[in-house]
Design a protein. Structure first.
Length: 181
């Protein structure tokens, strides 16, 4: 129940309760431009993540290749030979606790103990498999980021089209008002 009804004003005037906060066309447009800028920054952030994931996938591919080279060079076709992991592969496997033949690197007391372990060709192939799984995680994240980026770009395009339409409409309304004055 309204305790303070609007007073009756005769004629064509209609009383209005105006909000005390001033809202101008420029304030509305500034908010819309800010929304566009926020969306643009979000897309930029996604692209940075996409680039980083690509770099990680390429780095892991190099580690896989280094492991395969160690198999080919150090072990060859002799199933009884063993070799250690290349140092950069051992460091990555240790830092990410990736399995080799079902054994996690953190089972060992130190990185040095882990890096000094000798592995057969079959065990090194399981290391390659673990690296491949890690690489797939990065490429899957990129697929998700691309979908999210496409959605964000579509939203950005819609907001820009709406803003353009609104600016044109406000311009026409103002032109009509000024032509009648």
């Amino acid at each position: 129940m309204n305790a303070d009804p609007a007073p009756f004003v005769g004629g064509l005037l209609v009383p209005r309760n105006y909000d005390t906060k001033p809202v101008t066309d420029s304030a509305c447009f500034a908010m819309m431009f800010q929304a566009i800028e926020n969306q643009r920054l979000e897309v930029g952030s996604r692209m940075d993540e996409y680039k980083w994931n690509n770099e990680m996938a390429r780095a892991i591919e190099r580690l896989k290749n280094a492991t395969q080279i160690a198999i080919d060079k150090d072990i060859g076709s002799d199933p009884n030979k063993t070799t250690t992991l290349p140092s950069d592969v051992a460091r990555y496997m240790w830092d990410n606790n990736l399995q080799i033949d079902g054994v996690f690197p953190r089972k060992y007391a130190s990185f040095e103990e882990f890096a000094g372990q000798k592995y057969s060709a079959a065990q090194l192939r399981t290391a390659i498999g673990s690296l491949d799984i890690k690489k797939t995680e990065y490429t899957d994240m990129n697929s998700q980021y691309m979908q999210q980026t496409n959605i964000a770009l579509s939203l950005l395009q819609v907001v820009q089209q709406l803003l353009t339409s609104l600016i044109d409409m406000v311009k026409r309304i103002k032109e009509q008002i000024t032509s009648k004055v």
